[in-house]
Ligand binder design. Structure first.
Ligand SMILES: [Zn+2]
Length: 302
């Protein structure tokens, strides 16, 4: 049976359909334009879902969103970059599509997709860590993606790695995200040089080319990320760390120094392999589709 899937992000809404072949079809991307307000974003999401549904006569839909989500109740508790607070996404979409709807968290859904069809295949215990504008994580433990007692597991970006450091959007200071996210790398380079608008990837290129300030900013990001990952490795003992998000696209310029920095921190631990994610920005959408297929499977089995 075919399902439709939506991955709602702060910049783009990504959609697709998934049939029995396990491949996403009808992949499409729409601008979220969150500045229009939460109701307008909801309307756009509905329109995207309807567009996809017209193409494949779906049996169910899956939708994943960022931020704090309550998977049990189907509510987006807080998605700051969508302007959503306590939005009953699951019920709302199910009513409008007249279909069963699965609802989840974007990063946890991405981990599910990597577990079944990506870099986490055949690995029941791994960490999925997208490093992009922000930093998040999902721990796959004994083949299951951890949700936590309140649906808030995996906030690696808000582990404090530099006490008393830069203020963070969460209200804390010195969180990993304030040093090692793509946004932080760009911001810290701009602060050190006065040059605005240089992206994290460009900082990485400049560091490779011998720019001393870029080198310092990049190294600080790698070291902070290694601190955060070492904490997570101590807690979960993963066999593998799967790195996704925009910064992972820097390839070995990112992974090689990270492996070294991590190696210096691990003592009694068994060092996990550190590998790039396979699914790129399809992970969330594929994960949403898999949640929808799982929902259908649950309904078939009495
Ligand atoms: Zn924080």
């Amino acid at each position: 049976m075919t399902v439709i899937a939506l991955d709602v992000g702060g910049t783009y809404i990504k959609g697709g359909t998934l049939g029995q072949d396990g491949t996403l079809h009808h992949r499409e991307r729409w601008l979220t334009r969150a500045e229009r307000g939460p109701e307008a974003v909801l309307e756009t999401v509905l329109g995207c879902a309807a567009t996809l549904a017209e193409r494949c006569r779906p049996a169910a839909a899956g939708i994943v969103v960022p931020g704090i989500v309550d998977e049990a109740s189907g509510n987006a508790v807080l998605a700051a970059n969508l302007g959503w607070r306590d939005v009953p996404v699951q019920d709302w979409l199910a009513e409008h599509l007249d279909l069963p709807v699965a609802f989840g968290h974007d990063v946890r859904a991405g981990a599910l997709a990597e577990a079944r069809a990506g870099a986490g295949r055949d690995c029941p215990d791994f960490l999925f860590v997208p490093v992009g504008t922000g930093i998040a994580a999902a721990a796959v433990v004994a083949g299951r993606v951890l949700t936590g007692g309140h649906g808030r597991a995996g906030e690696l970006g808000h582990v404090v790695v530099r006490p008393g450091g830069d203020p963070c959007s969460c209200g804390g200071r010195g969180c990993l995200e304030t040093v090692a996210s793509a946004a932080a790398v760009a911001r810290r380079y701009a602060r050190a040089t006065g040059w605005q608008g240089v992206t994290a990837r460009e900082v990485c290129h400049r560091a490779d080319a011998g720019d001393a300030v870029a080198g310092t900013v990049w190294t600080e990001a790698i070291e902070a990320l290694a601190d955060g990952l070492a904490t997570a490795i101590s807690l979960y003992d993963p066999a593998r760390v799967v790195l996704g998000g925009g910064l992972a696209k820097a390839g070995e310029s990112f992974l090689a120094p990270l492996r070294k920095a991590l190696g210096r921190r691990l003592t009694f631990h068994a060092a996990p392999s550190v590998v790039p994610a396979h699914l790129g920005d399809r992970a969330g959408c594929l994960g949403a589709a898999l949640l929808a297929q799982d929902l259908l499977a649950e309904r078939v089995i009495p």
